[in-house]
Design a protein around this ligand. Sequence first.
Ligand code: SF4
Length: 198
Amino acid sequence: MMDNAPYACAFCATTACLRGEFDKMPTTCPTRTRPETTRDPGVYAAEPVHGEMLAADAAPFTSEGELRNRVEEVIFYATAQGFRRIGIAFCVSLTKESQKLGRLLREAGLETELVCCRVGAIDYDEIGLKKAHPERFAAICNPVAQARLLNARGVDLVVQLGLCIGHDLILQRECEAPVTTLVVKDRVLDHHTIAALR
Ligand code: SF4
């Protein structure tokens, strides 16, 4: 029975894992109930995951001890991992911001390829989606084409900005390179989704 209990992270009031306080962990804490999975440092010994963990660990702070913002972290991580060409898959509503990211990446010595979500200019009618105004052209988001264009350029990493829920998942599935999210689409909260959780 215990084995099927929900992982206690769902209601944990101690987050004792953070401090290694084993006696304060809930009885259904997966640190206690699934040690063969959760307490296996050996999974981080081999490459590439060891190098990925080193780069992630070094990302938050500069060598002078200053915190990096997330854009700076992406640049640091990409450089530390030896990535050369960065793909940017962006929502048309964030075109200027995405182009600025491209400039910042290039100033850091990286190559970039940018692809807008409406690439291809495929009308809603062409894939059987309903339109608010049927008499007008309306371009679908085209995450499959975004991914394929970036795959064709052999990018080492894809950064996505502002893609809709669902389109982001298609992009991630279709991309050959790893995908990181810099901005999530949140039309109500100006992409500041954490505000809905506080
Ligand atoms: S791992 Fe255990 S201690 Fe940490 S949040 Fe989950 S239930 Fe709480």
